[in-house]
Ligand binder design. Structure first.
Ligand SMILES: [Mg+2]
Length: 112
C-alpha cells in the first residue's frame, strides 16, 4: 500500500466518523483545495526572497497538509489513484521537458 493510500484511509475514517461525506462533493473538495492553497500562499505574502528563513514552517506544513488532504479526498470521490497519477505526470513532464533542452531554463516547453 502506498503512503498516499494510508493517508487517504485515515482521512476517510475521519470523514466518515463525522458523517461529512454528504458535504464532500467534487466541487466542494476542489474549492477547498484552492482555498487551502490560498492559505498556503498567505504564509509567504509580502516576504522578500531574503526573508525566507523567517517563515513559520509549522504553519506552512499545516497548510500544505490541508491542500494534500483535500486532494486525497477529491481523488477518492473521483476514483483517481493520485500516487500513480503523480508518477505518470512526472514521466509526462520529463517528455515535455527533456533535460538536454530544459536544463537551467524556466522556459515553457513550447518555447524551448
Ligand atoms: Mg488551512
Amino acid at each position: 500500500m502506498d503512503e498516499f493510500k494510508i493517508l487517504q484511509n485515515k482521512l476517510i475514517a475521519f470523514r466518515n466518523a463525522r458523517e461529512w461525506k454528504q458535504f464532500h462533493s467534487a466541487k466542494n473538495l476542489a474549492t477547498s483545495v484552492v482555498i487551502e492553497s490560498a492559505e498556503l500562499l498567505e504564509c509567504f505574502q509580502w516576504l522578500r526572497d531574503d526573508d525566507i528563513n523567517t517563515i513559520n514552517k509549522i504553519h506552512v506544513a499545516e497548510e500544505m497538509s490541508d491542500v494534500l488532504n483535500y486532494l486525497l479526498l477529491l481523488a477518492e470521490i473521483l476514483d483517481i489513484n493520485l500516487f500513480e497519477s503523480a508518477l505518470k505526470k512526472i514521466e509526462k513532464n520529463g517528455e515535455k521537458y527533456p533535460v538536454e533542452k530544459s536544463k537551467g531554463t524556466s522556459a515553457k516547453y513550447n518555447k524551448i
